[in-house]
Design a protein around this ligand. Structure first.
Ligand code: GLN
Length: 535
């Protein structure tokens, strides 16, 4: 029988509930416990796939093609387990499922209500994860902040869940903020008290309180929180700000969190050190040498929009013993003056994206990298831009474009497949999830992966148009990877270049600290070897 941990958040959002949950998962896994994760998102969207990056940040794609919350990326990277579609559930999905059951007559004439039907469906999803993943412990993170209207049914559901599954099989962990007020030189516990009060109003008494703080928690603050929030002092856990997110598990361990959780859940697991994590964090924090990577994108001011990409760069940097200085550049600025923005780069990366704004800047970035022989990594839209650039400036197809931006272009080098042309609705209809790709032996990609068949995750509607394959190859474009079953181009490279790789898939989703992605690793390696732009 599985045990269940629930992580809620209070006071305000962005306290790092995802990282905290992932860290707890990593700590338990390190003790040999089979962990799985579930993220509940209280919004009505069925998935974040239809949301703008401004609303949601990155959309993380699972192997089975679900468009999910970016916290699933943290779970995969921290715990090294694969998340699938059922590991992220939104209020929209819960309501859809309940309404469909109602239409099928499954409720036998009953009035359908939030309690018990919505809350019942929520509880079923928790059990489903335990069964599907054969988990010993399921950690469920409840999105949003306690006090939101939206999260109420989820909180009510987990309150009931404890009643059904038993106190000894469930654990409530609440993450709050303990702000430091410099003028008073004091840590303030009142927001935590209020937030826990709010939780208790709905019948949940947290077992452990994680206190996000800028400065170390004083004994006084710990005692106050213990007293007013009705938890033992050892259950007040400091969650101090760190520069390196991979340090969080180590910090929690020092607070005795793992043993505390195991004891509360009545689990026994042998002591184990966290050497692997320690070594990684120390290596990361002591990097001296830097490499300058320019990233030409559209949501450059949004830290969350390219979460996995940033992580993949960090992992690749550590693998090469170098700190990656990522410089985010607005594609529209590059359009105005590529030289000013790009001349000082050791590597150029054009990430994925949607919509026309900034497209010409991204195309220019690919051109600049090709002509100046700067290592280049293009991802998804970045690959499509590299193909357009090559078609226009090397193959002489001056008006080449993607039909996403120019529906009547005479040279649609990037186009929709016939089945995508028929698609009318937006949600979940792109090419999504993992597909196999066969690599060409003589290529940068094969050299990186060291094997012929790879699996990578996709999220796009448009594809390389095979009609132009021959002319582009004749002019020096290398088709380095293909999805064999459909003969779809997955990777293009420029053979006459130090390192130029562009992929239709998103490699960043499969990078983790202990297993850096081979393409990112080799991209950074090439950037390190780069010695000045070609004249
Ligand atoms: N907009 C492009 C497409 O739909 C690329 C998508 C992406 O970069 N994820 O094909």
């Amino acid at each position: 029988m599985a045990k269940f941990i629930f992580v809620t958040g209070g006071v305000l959002s962005s306290l790092g509930k995802g990282i905290a949950s992932a860290s707890i998962g990593a700590l338990l896994k390190n003790r040999g416990i089979k962990v799985s994760m579930l993220k509940f998102d209280p919004y009505i969207n069925v998935d974040p796939g239809t949301m703008s990056p401004y609303q949601h940040g990155e959309v993380f794609v699972t192997r089975d093609g679900a468009e999910t919350d970016l916290d699933l990326g943290h779970y995969e990277r921290f715990i090294g387990i694969e998340m699938l579609s059922y590991n992220n559930v939104t209020a929209g999905q819960i309501y859809c499922a309940v309404i469909e059951k109602e239409r099928r007559g499954e409720y036998l004439g009953k009035t359908i209500q939030v309690v018990p039907h919505i809350t019942g469906e929520i509880q079923e999803r928790i059990r489903k994860v335990a069964i599907k993943d054969k988990a010993e412990v399921v950690i469920t993170e409840i999105g949003g902040t306690v006090g939101d209207i939206e999260s109420l049914p989820f909180l009510e559901a987990i309150r009931q869940f404890r009643l059904r599954e038993g106190r000894e099989n469930t654990l409530f962990i609440h993450l709050t903020l303990v702000p430091y007020i410099p003028s008073a030189a004091e840590l303030k516990t009142k927001p935590t008290q209020h937030s826990v009060g709010k939780l208790r109003e709905i019948g949940i008494q947290p077992d452990i309180i994680l206190c996000r703080t800028q400065v170390p928690l004083t004994q006084e603050a710990r005692e106050k929180i213990s007293l007013f929030c009705s938890v033992e002092k050892k259950d007040v856990i400091q969650a101090i700000d760190v520069d390196n997110i991979y340090e969080v598990p180590l910090r929690f361990e020092r607070e005795g969190l793992t043993d505390n959780i195991l004891e509360k859940l009545g689990l026994s697991a042998p002591e184990k050190d966290l050497k692997k994590w320690q070594v990684w964090v120390e290596r990361t924090n002591s990097l001296q040498k830097e490499v300058k990577i320019s990233i030409v994108g559209k949501y450059v001011k949004l830290k969350d929009a390219y979460k996995s990409l940033n992580e993949a760069l960090t992992h690749a940097g550590v693998a090469n013993e170098v700190k990656v200085r990522a410089r985010w550049i607005e594609a529209e600025d590059v359009e105005r003056n590529p030289e000013v923005h790009l001349s000082d780069s050791q590597g150029i990366l054009v990430p994925g994206g949607f919509g026309e704004r900034g497209i010409e800047g991204k195309i220019m970035a690919a051109q600049y990298a090709r002509e100046k022989r700067i290592p280049f990594l293009g991802i998804c839209l970045g690959m499509q831009c590299a193909v357009i650039e090559f078609a226009r400036n090397v193959a002489g197809l001056r008006e080449a474009n993607s039909t996403e931006f120019s529906p009547h272009t005479p040279h649609p080098v990037i186009d929709l497949l016939p089945e995508q042309r028929k698609v009318k609705s937006k949600g979940g209809t792109m090419r999504l999830g993992s597909y196999p790709c066969k690599l060409k032996r003589n290529s940068f990609s094969f050299q990186a992966y060291g094997r012929e068949i790879i699996y990578e995750r996709h999220r796009h509607r448009y594809e390389f148009n095979n009609h132009y394959r021959k002319v582009l190859v004749q002019r020096g474009l290398r088709i380095a990877g293909v999805f064999p079953e459909r003969n779809l181009v997955e990777i293009v490279e420029i053979s006459d270049h130090p390192w130029f790789v562009a992929t239709q898939f998103h490699p960043e989703f499969q990078s983790s600290p202990f297993s850096p992605h081979p393409l990112f690793r080799d991209f950074i390696k090439a950037a390190l070897n780069f010695n000045g732009p070609a004249k």
